[in-house]
Design a binder for this molecule. Structure first.
Ligand SMILES: Cc1cc2nc3c(=O)[nH]c(=O)nc-3n(C[C@H](O)[C@H](O)[C@H](O)COP(=O)(O)OP(=O)(O)OC[C@H]3O[C@@H](n4cnc5c(N)ncnc54)[C@H](O)[C@@H]3O)c2cc1C
Length: 457
């Protein structure tokens, strides 16, 4: 047993309990569907604080929720009556331009990361939204604009510092604790608290790209064009398909604000002067009704859609990996995409190919290298009174597309709480080996508030 007074003595960052002024703010995570009340929130200031929080939770047999950017849709970054370990103060990013690496604290967001790396004209694969955590996103795989050219975020991870369930601080990389390093690249938050992550960086500075909006009536043509083009397109091109109700932005004609469109969002990282030509096949898929395309700093594109997903919405998502995007699948997308209920909700279809396919299927724990796309039906809306209708839209959409995807699993980072039973399919071919590594580093399953891997017996 460790007392809360002893915990406070061991921790430099704020230790927040029910009744404290800032408890309400820090007990919650990005998805306000989760209204949980931890017994204590430890806002770690350093690795030592994470060690203290892990030891406190273990010694007192309390649930332990580990929070990086807090964006988990199932709300894994908070819990009832347990310990919420919030790493958001550990968000420094140190760039080594000579080695082209960056070391990020376990609570850094992609906004923190890109801000630091862009000063040197460098970047690595991160997510689409800048407020998402580097840790949670990378540990589950990491899909973003640079996936085709530079692989998944986890493919760019070269090392990590991890606090394990027994309170040890380990280094994981190609030479030390290799099994742990393997598992961190796709196995999610199952193996310990990741207090620092080191990435390889690439020359990505000003990109050419942005969103193009087409009429819903052209969605089948746009999707088919995307499918036919993206597999063999130059790898400097990232692009994804989306449904989007037009927000009131100046680049969209005023009389179309609030109308549903389909969109292609592009990111060309090759020579700027080639950008227009690089995205032309997608531009020519149908008439573009509105666009915000041009040269822009990579972090600007990475934060362009942040306002569509502010903290405090209700989230319910479903995900699928897709082997082939068939015509029947496209028809199902159109039927349900047309009913996109609210400006924050969408379906994104991300390509998984190029550099992500050149990493061997067992080289990392990411178990779905044979997928060509990752689809996510992302329900996000402001009012809890609308929960039933919005959840139904997500479930119906998913039920319609899933039979066409050619595979069982979906991306663990896009899964909701009720997908826990699908862990073996969602982790895919690496699941059994992940269970062995889990047994070696966390046999008691202290880290169970995540897309959980059952330790091998
Ligand atoms: C608005 C939005 C946009 C998104 N866009 C993308 C995208 O473009 N690409 C993509 O791949 N995914 C995307 N995601 C999904 C995202 O990858 C997951 O939600 C991810 O879990 C978020 O990481 P986080 O650190 O913010 O979350 P948290 O809620 O803090 O953590 C989520 C999980 O990761 C574990 N974890 C987090 N930090 C640590 C740590 N330091 N050590 C150990 N375990 C940790 C937790 O245990 C938990 O299981 C998006 C999600 C949202 C809500």
């Amino acid at each position: 047993m460790v007392t809360i007074a002893e915990l406070r003595e061991q921790v430099r960052g704020p230790v927040i309990e029910p009744g404290d002024d800032d408890y309400e703010e820090h007990r919650r995570v990005h998805n306000f569907m989760h209204d949980r009340r931890p017994a204590v929130v430890v806002r770690a200031a350093a690795t030592a604080d994470a060690v203290a929080a892990v030891n406190y939770a273990r010694a007192n047999a309390l649930d332990l929720a580990v929070r990086g950017g807090g964006h988990s849709v199932p709300g894994f970054g908070t819990c009832d009556d347990g310990v919420a370990l919030d790493l958001s103060l550990v968000n420094n990013v140190f760039v080594d331009p000579a080695k082209k690496t960056a070391r990020a604290g376990g609570g850094a967001t992609w906004g923190d990361f890109n801000h630091a790396a862009h000063a040197y004209g460098l970047a690595t694969t991160g997510g689409i939204i800048s407020t998402t955590g580097v840790s949670g996103l990378t540990l589950g795989g990491g899909i973003g604009y640079l996936t085709r050219g530079r692989g998944l975020s986890c493919d760019n991870l070269v090392g990590a510092e991890v606090v394990t369930a027994d309170g040890r601080i380990l280094t994981a990389n190609e030479h030390e604790n290799e099994d742990l390093f393997w598992a961190l690249r796709g196995g999610g938050g199952n193996f310990g608290v990741v207090t620092a992550l080191e990435f390889g960086l690439h020359n990505v500075d000003t990109i050419y790209g942005g969103p193009m909006f087409y009429e819903v009536e052209d969605a089948a043509a746009v999707m088919a064009c995307y499918r036919d083009f993206i597999e063999d397109a130059p790898e400097q091109l990232g692009a994804f398909f989306a449904w989007q109700i037009a927000p009131p932005l100046p680049f969209i004609p005023e009389d179309r604000h609030g109308d549903l469109f389909c969109a292609m969002v592009t990111c060309w990282t090759g020579p700027l002067e080639d950008g227009e030509q690089a995205i032309k096949p997608l531009r020519d898929a149908a008439e573009v009704r509105a666009e915000y395309v041009g040269p822009m700093p990579y972090p600007a594109l990475n934060s362009a859609f942040d306002d569509l997903v502010p903290r405090g919405l209700q989230h319910y998502w479903k995900a699928d990996y897709v082997r082939e995007l068939t015509d029947d699948a496209i028809a199902a997308h159109i039927e349900h995409g047309k009913r996109t209920p609210v400006v924050n909700s969408t379906m994104h279809l991300y390509p998984v190919n190029g550099a992500a396919h050149r990493v061997g299927p067992d080289e990392t724990a990411f178990g779905h290298r044979d997928a060509k796309y990752a689809a996510v039906v992302a329900g996000m809306w402001p009012d809890p009174a609308d929960n039933d209708a919005n959840i139904k839209w997500v479930r119906d959409y998913y039920a319609a597309i899933h039979p066409h995807s050619g595979t069982e699993g979906g991306y663990i980072n896009f899964m909701s709480e009720d997908d826990a039973a699908r862990a073996p399919e969602n982790f895919g071919r690496t699941y059994e080996r992940l269970r062995q590594v889990k047994a070696a580093y966390d046999p008691q399953n202290l880290f169970h508030l995540n897309q959980n891997i059952e330790p091998a017996s």
